[in-house]
Design a protein around this ligand. Structure first.
Ligand code: FMN
Length: 276
């Protein structure tokens, strides 16, 4: 399900300019007399009206405190409160006013969040995470992630893939030692997950596991959890440690946990380079 909130505005041009040019929202849809703007999962429509709607608060939230600090600096001229932590709501925020007097809030939540990103944002912001907070991933969240992974495509809709959650720190340490620095993230996280498949279930078991692995990574990210594809983990030692039969396939063993840092996307090639 999706939705959007409309506001009447007596100064549509200034309002659209403010929310796009100053605040960075994108124009999502132009209608006769209305402009609908987008910021992450937030859709706001502004429609020409003699009586503007200025009640309520429009809240923009960001991944980190540093993002809120940056917005405070940028909007120093219209900020009406200082930056502060609000213990009751466990947020870090400040308030400002838009050109028509609406209350706008910039904040970050000081605790993990449920899924809130829309699809394109999940795809564009997922990063390989190699350092993690010392915080467990709860069983209900793991269940939700694995449940969503049932929708990964498989050859002839015959899923040969399966997941092996790894909580034991001794096993993770041994797996992390497998490939030196390249596999070290497995030890840095509070847990890891092996994505495996059974060749007796499907002859396309390699593809099933690789696709399921990426499905898992994206689903984890939508829940605010970091992962990292660790290459070359289909080895006998890894299988023995995880009690995975030797003839099965392991696509990867990924660390799983709350990211300790915000990663900037490594530079991508230009679009033309991907179109042959
Ligand atoms: C097939 C494959 C193998 C990878 N192997 C490793 C690895 O062994 N260790 C590691 O830290 N990252 C590994 N990565 C992560 C890449 O370094 C990462 O995806 C790339 O730098 C782009 O960064 P991003 O994932 O944050 O967009 C691997 C990624 C892929 C797709």
């Amino acid at each position: 399900m999706s939705g959007l909130t409309f506001f009447g505005t007596a100064m549509p041009d200034e309002i659209v300019e403010f929310y796009t040019e100053k605040l960075g929202m994108e124009i999502w849809l132009e209608q006769s007399g209305c402009t609908i703007l987008k910021h992450g999962n937030l859709l706001l429509g502004f429609c020409e009206s003699e009586r503007p709607d200025v009640q309520g608060t429009i809240t923009f939230f960001y991944p980190d405190r540093e993002d809120v600090d940056e917005m405070h600096e940028k909007f120093a001229d219209i900020a009406i409160t200082e930056l502060k932590e609000n213990e009751r709501y466990r947020i870090y925020n400040f308030f400002a006013k838009d050109p028509e007097g609406r209350s706008i809030e910039f904040q970050t939540f000081l605790h993990p969040l449920g899924p809130h990103m829309e699809g394109i944002e999940v795809l564009r912001t997922r990063r390989s995470i190699r350092k993690f907070e010392d915080k467990e991933v709860s069983a209900p969240i793991l269940d939700k992630i694995f449940d969503t992974c049932r929708y990964s495509p498989t050859s002839k809709n015959t899923p040969s893939y399966y997941f092996v959650p790894i909580h034991d720190s001794g096993i993770r340490k041994a797996l992390a030692a497998e490939r030196g620095g390249a596999s070290e993230p497995i030890e840095n996280a509070p847990m890891a997950v092996a994505i495996c498949s059974d060749p007796y279930v499907s002859k396309r078991h390699v593809q099933d596991a690789v696709i399921a692995g990426y499905h898992f990574m994206l689903t984890a990210w939508a829940h605010g959890l970091g992962t990292c594809w660790i290459a070359d983990m289909d080895r006998d030692m890894v299988k023995d440690r995880l009690r995975v039969p030797r003839e099965h396939y392991i696509a990867t063993v990924t660390p799983l946990g709350y990211p300790e840092e915000t990663m900037i996307a490594p530079k991508r090639k230009d679009l033309e380079d991907y179109l042959k």
